[in-house]
Design a protein around this ligand. Structure first.
Ligand SMILES: Cc1ncc(C[n+]2csc(CCOP(=O)(O)OP(=O)(O)O)c2C)c(N)n1
Ligand SMILES: [Mg+2]
Length: 444
């Protein structure tokens, strides 16, 4: 499908290009007849005027958007060519996601599961990006991207089984809730330590690049908090330096096909973005590190769709890494272990929830196109809610995995120390089994 988009990605490969961005009155006088110095580390002009650059030396990266808050398209040329059926399916997934979040959050509060994380406010980033990818693309998620899983076909049942850690949970109860994964849907299982997925994603992209006739890209989601981790910087740099065919020929072999999508939702638990970094956000790191970069309004599903579609073209078509910074707001608490009223005002949350809701904006767009109305919405909300409630009740009745599972699957051959623990546990349960709820667990 041809995509009409004017989204322009920024790439600054050298200081020379950066200097061009400075306004005329601050531009130092170029020496040496304009000839570039040929240092291995910088091809740049000589000047005699000393000037330190800082975050105010550049204009902030603008935020690309397609829709007004009322769903009206701002520039018709930017309206993506998405089939009606796909648009409705994207919206229905948003509704399913928000109903799942509501009920699963409550289920943790009632002590039925140990932990949960909601996705409120980030539905536009999740559904816009998921719809722009192809099924063969490999996804590395952080943890707040449940909509991506749903859109790619992971069922509510699979996700709720994972949260309940029952015998149908593919991770057999050994992961925290919301740490989903699905090899069938090309989604790598989520890791708790922040930024784990970032160098891994670059490595996968590198492997794809080396395959003949590759048509896959990797998308790596991460929060602005994760972007403060050392691994994030290593990942940025490997993605860029292993993919610079214009400068170093041998690098063609090493270039990677990757989209990295940072979800800048304003907070890393209780740390606001203002305390997380200086300068112009995560996006500003992209051009500085040689990545095609775009900042997008993450509450505008169509803008995210265009951004990721174009980025996919760059990644697969040109073997270039791309950084997209999707601006949004984490409307919910960080997780069920957090109470965000301790560090932000209710007015702040309310503003983002009411005026900037990605779901409302997208719904308005569908209504304008005559694809949706209040009646359809009511029915959809009702069905989504009953799917979650029914699935939750079924998940609760399923047995827990056999206790031996907690020691298995770590090593291919179980080492002697674990074998010893297994025998001790077996003997212990033979003696004291009546004191444990073994009937709730699978037996051999
Ligand atoms: C290496 C590491 N340090 C700290 C944590 C604890 N932790 C979990 S989530 C989180 C905040 C991450 O914020 P961000 O990346 O912005 O994602 P968000 O929760 O906003 O979606 C922190 C500090 C962790 N999981 N791993
Ligand atoms: Mg965040």
């Amino acid at each position: 499908m041809a995509l009409k988009t004017g989204a322009s990605f920024v790439r600054l490969n050298s200081l020379r290009q950066a200097v061009r961005l400075l306004s005329t009155h601050t531009r130092p006088e170029i020496q040496n007849g304009g000839k570039q110095a040929g240092f291995p580390g910088a091809k740049a002009a000589y000047v005699t005027q000393m000037k330190f650059l800082n975050e105010n030396s550049y204009e902030p990266i603008p935020i690309y958007r397609v829709m007004e808050n009322n769903g009206e398209i701002i520039d018709k040329r930017e309206e993506p060519n998405i089939e009606n059926e796909t648009l409705v399916s994207m919206y229905k997934t948003m509704v399913q996601l928000s109903q799942m979040d509501k009920i699963m959050y409550e289920s943790q509060r009632q002590g039925r599961i140990s932990f949960y994380m909601t996705n409120y406010g980030e539905e536009g980033v999740q559904l816009g990006s998921a719809a722009a990818l192809l099924p063969q693309d490999l996804c590395y998620l952080q943890y707040r991207e449940a909509g991506v899983l749903l859109y790619r076909g992971v069922t509510v049942t699979e996700m709720i089984n994972q949260c309940y850690g029952n015998c149908e949970d593919p991770s057999k109860g050994r992961q925290m809730p919301v740490h989903y994964g699905s090899s069938q849907r090309n989604i790598v299982t989520i890791s708790s330590p922040l930024a784990t997925q970032m160098p891994q994603a670059v490595g996968s992209a590198y492997a794809f690049k080396r395959m003949p006739n590759n048509d896959r890209c990797v998308i790596c989601y991460f929060g602005e908090g994760a972007a403060s981790e050392g691994d994030a910087h290593a990942a940025f740099n490997f993605a860029a330096t292993l993919d610079c065919p214009v400068i170093l020929l041998w690098c063609v072999l090493f270039s990677s096909q990757i989209l990295r999508q940072v979800r800048n939702n304003g907070y890393a638990i209780s740390t606001p973005s203002s305390e997380q970094y200086r300068g112009d956000g995560i996006g500003a790191r992209g051009p500085a590190m040689g990545l095609h970069t775009l900042r997008v309004d993450g509450t505008d599903t169509l803008a995210v769709y265009n951004a990721v579609r174009s980025a996919r073209d760059i990644a697969v078509g040109q073997n270039k890494p791309v950084l997209i910074e999707a601006m949004c707001y984490r409307v919910g608490h960080h997780s069920t272990s957090d109470d965000s009223s301790a560090y932000r005002s209710l007015e702040e949350i309310d503003k983002w929830n009411k005026e900037e809701s990605p779901i409302s904006k997208f719904k308005s767009y569908l209504e304008r196109r005559g694809l949706w109305d209040d009646e359809a919405d009511k029915a959809c909300q009702k069905e989504a809610r009953s799917t979650v409630l029914k699935t939750m009740q079924e998940a609760e009745k399923k047995k827990k995995p056999h206790w031996k599972e907690m020691l298995e699957d770590v090593y291919y051959d179980m080492p002697p120390n674990l074998q010893k623990q297994m025998r001790e546990m077996e003997n212990h349960l033979k003696k004291y089994g009546e004191h444990y709820p073994l009937n709730q667990y699978q037996s051999e």
